[in-house]
Design a protein around this ligand. Structure first.
Ligand code: TYD
Length: 209
C-alpha cells in the first residue's frame, strides 16, 4: 500500500504571540502517542541545514531593500520545503512549522507594503506545499511587545514597534477571514493550557480522519 502523505500544520501570529510554546506542546502531545520519529518540528526562517545563515542575515544584520528581504525569505522557504518539509510529508510524517507563507504576506505585504498579488505570484512559481491547518494565535501588539521586551534582545523586525505589528496582525486577520477552512484564529489571551488543548484537539481531528 502506498504511504499516505503526512499532515502539515503551521503556527502563525505576531512576534511574542506564543507560537513556539504551542508548537512545543503539540509536538510533545503528538510524539507521546506516536513516537518522536513520526513528527518533524521546524521553523522559518532557517529551519534547514545551512538556513541559519539566511536567518542571521535577515534577523540580525537586516536588509536595506524590501525586495531583497522578500527574496531571502522565499529562498529560505524553497530550500526548507525541498530539504525538510516535502521529504517529511512524503515519508508520512506530521510536520509542525513555526511561521510560513502567511508570515510573508502579513509582514512583507501588510507590514512592508509589497503588493499581495506579487507575493502570491511568487508562491505559485515556487510550488510551496499548502498547510492542512494553520493556527493563528492572535494577540494585540502591546501584549506582544511586552513579551518580546521581557525576553530581552528584540530583533530588528520587532524594533519596528506597535503600529507595524498592528498592521501585520491585520494581515493575519485578513488571511484567516479569507481562508477560514485552513486558518484557525485563536485567542492568544487564553491560558497556555487551554490554547494547547484547542490546538491539540483540532490537530487530532485531522490525524484521525
Ligand atoms: P521568529 O521566528 O518569530 O522568532 P521569535 O519568535 O523567536 O522572535 O522571528 C522571525 C521574524 O521574521 C519575525 O519577526 C517575522 C519575520 N518573518 C517575516 O517577516 N517574513 C517571513 O516570511 C517569515 C517566515 C518571518
Amino acid at each position: 500500500m502506498a504511504m499516505s502523505r503526512g499532515l502539515f500544520f503551521t503556527f502563525e501570529g505576531i512576534d511574542g504571540c506564543g507560537k513556539s510554546t504551542q508548537a512545543c506542546l503539540l509536538y510533545k502531545r503528538l510524539t507521546s502517542r506516536r513516537g518522536e520519529d513520526s513528527v518533524v518540528w521546524t521553523r522559518e526562517p532557517g529551519g534547514w541545514d545551512g538556513g541559519e545563515k539566511i536567518r542571521e542575515l535577515l534577523l540580525e544584520r537586516g536588509t536595506s531593500h524590501a525586495m531583497s528581504e522578500l527574496f531571502l525569505f522565499m529562498a529560505d522557504r524553497c530550500e526548507h520545503a525541498s530539504r525538510v518539509i516535502n521529504p517529511a510529508l512524503d515519508a508520512g510524517k506530521t510536520v509542525l512549522c513555526e511561521r510560513y507563507t502567511d508570515s510573508t504576506i502579513a509582514y512583507q505585504s501588510w507590514g512592508g507594503g509589497i503588493p499581495l498579488s506579487r507575493i502570491e505570484e511568487m508562491f505559485n512559481w515556487c510550488s510551496f506545499p499548502v498547510p492542512d491547518l494553520t493556527f493563528f494565535i492572535d494577540i494585540g501588539p502591546e501584549a506582544a511587545l511586552e513579551r518580546v521586551v521581557r525576553r530581552g534582545r528584540p530583533d530588528f523586525l520587532e524594533k519596528k514597534g506597535a503600529s507595524f505589528l498592528e498592521r501585520v496582525r491585520e494581515g493575519f486577520v485578513f488571511l484567516s477571514e479569507r481562508e477560514p477552512e485552513r486558518i484557525v484564529r485563536l485567542d492568544g489571551g487564553l491560558g497556555i493550557e487551554s490554547l494547547a488543548g484547542e490546538i491539540g484537539d483540532k490537530a487530532e481531528v485531522l490525524l484521525h480522519r
